[in-house]
Design a binder for this molecule. Sequence first.
Ligand code: NAD
Length: 262
Amino acid sequence: MNAAKIEQHDDRPAMPVAVVTGGARGIGLAIARWFLDHAHRVALLDIDRVELFKAAAGLREAERVLPIQCDVSNPAQVQEAVERVESQFGRIDALVNNAGVAVFKTIGTTSFAEWRHVLSTNLDGAFLCSQACVPVMLKTGGGAIVNIASISGLRASTLRVAYGTSKAALIQLTKQQAVELGTVGIRSNAIAPGPVETEMAKLVHSVAIREDYYDTIPLARYGTVEEIASAAGFLCSKEAGYVNGQVLAVDGGFEASGVGLP
Ligand code: NAD
């Protein structure tokens, strides 16, 4: 290959990089697929090593995927994971804080260990991943962060003392990030999904909760993982370049209807 050709090759813009937490399954895996379909390289972070490597190997564009086992609530693991992403891919353009856990219990029945588990995963995890990714984003002029919250962060209910609190705080973290990091070219937005058929929903949505959702959601169905993924992808894209600090409910009209959570 002659020198002119090498130069031409080196001048090609680098393929953008997205970091998706909780990417081994469910909504996170669908978000990873969206980014791969839209010409990104993707770092998938997940605590579950077996599911993570199975998911990464199953993706058609496996050569553009970097699976990293990481507990997002562990500061050292998060820092190490982000350093690996930077050394392997050289940049970070988008971060989707999707990793989450749900415990549906009342204030009287939630143990402190359950409270800490939910808050440390859903809230500390997003804080730590954002904090670690921001300096890398700044090296290439900015980026976009999307936090996957929930309609449970917009409405209070019984059964969601830890989960709802974590998601409401995540929405406020999104706004804090939008105001602080917007000044340096990093946009932050949140998505508040309604119910989506995933392993998490299987775990915490009882028959009564399901029936109630079907009765109260104007579209009368659960959302799909792809419907959440395309919203997350949009918020990270140039098309959403002036959207900052917003919460997009992707919930079949549940929030607009004003009814209470089941
Ligand atoms: P899921 O349980 O199917 O997937 C969650 C993923 O996060 C799993 O792969 C899990 O291993 C990973 N994870 C959990 N703890 C982690 C940690 N400490 N570090 C790294 N990874 C961790 O759940 P899902 O339904 O796909 O949910 C994804 C996100 O969407 C969550 O934040 C959830 O709260 C939110 N959400 C889900 C629904 C729903 O109905 N499914 C509704 C609203 C919001």
